[in-house]
Design a protein around this ligand. Sequence first.
Ligand code: ADE
Length: 426
Amino acid sequence: MTTPGTSMQYDIKDINLASQGKQRIEWADREMPVLRLIRERFEQEKPLEGVKLVACAHITTETANLARTLQAGGADATLIASNPLSTQDDVAASLVADWGIPVMAIKGESTETYVRHVKAALETNPNLIIDDGSDVVATMIKEKPELVKNLIGTTEETTTGIVRLKAMVKAGVLNFPSIAVNDAQTKHFFDNRYGTGQSTLDGVIRATNILLAGKTVVVVGYGWCGKGVAMRARGMGANVVVTEIDPIKAIEAVMDGMRVLPMKEAAKIGDFFITVTGNRHVIDKEHFEVMKDGAIVCNSGHFDLELNLDALRDMSQPSITRRPFVEEYRSKDDTKSVIVLGEGRLINLAAAEGHPASVMDMSFANQALSAEYLVKNKGKLPAGVHVLPAEVDQEIASLKLRAMGVSIDELTPEMIEYMNSWETGT
Ligand code: ADE
């Protein structure tokens, strides 16, 4: 599709949804004060002037405010979805109609369309790529390596994407700098924990409308996302069971007061299962086999491979849609059902709206400042995975505190002297 009177290419559901999208984008912006400050500075300084940028992200109200910020900085940005189910169609429409930003994303798009959008975005020959899951970067390396010569660098939003980038380094194929935004403390301490914690339960509740109090919720994986989900599920009155493969994370879960079990045992007692591991088939055939009748299973990790749904389909009669995002799989012998939410895709974005704006404020402040950092340091950063300087992290936290009206103390000269000395002891 092309906007009348311009040559802008876009592929969205319905441009007529724009006015609703604009209202919601502006609503989210009220909770994004740090990003707003960056946008105001970018408008003055134009640090991204002339930069062609592709952002592969969940197309949400929060991402729209990031796109506005990149545009204010002078970037010529194209947006595509980082997941076939997470697009908010009204937001996509508003970005096109109200801000003139090309978007290729439709909620429920097929995998073929998703891949077509990734390839079309690469056709713009970007200087910067903001990725969420590393699909654009992986596609470029595999299919269009010649694009690297115009590339200043890339940024990566998520743990899963950073794992992929590190695998690219190991394989010797990552020959440009990439900023691991997820590794910033103002990203993973907040977005992964409080964002995933709240939005995952939001997705489960919107999809099912089932009471969590008194239920056994099995949280698969106790990284920052798992910690957030477990903490919030407990806050809703659930009995939380954690499964882990990492002994340190498992002890942490035990000491946080969670019950820790192997998956094979947890599978027998869970009412809800929520995967947040970033790994494949963490709920497998052997686990589906022993689940209780009516067990509800979903994923909040980046890719839809954490549940072995092929195995479940093989074990089941054709599924029945009970509500939007709720599929019942009845066993062939008709003795029990397993319920899958959101087709095993991240439930917080499939059935709800993703993380609230207040945490995305810090995540996307990191994205905007990473883009600026890459451009400022063009040609100077070695190929590989980088983190933003610690001062940037501190600055984002300070701005967020200020916006929240929270003041903190400063080191006194006496404290600074003590911290820099070694003579004083017992
Ligand atoms: N990832 C998780 N929540 C998100 C949101 N609201 N917007 C963009 N990306 C997200």
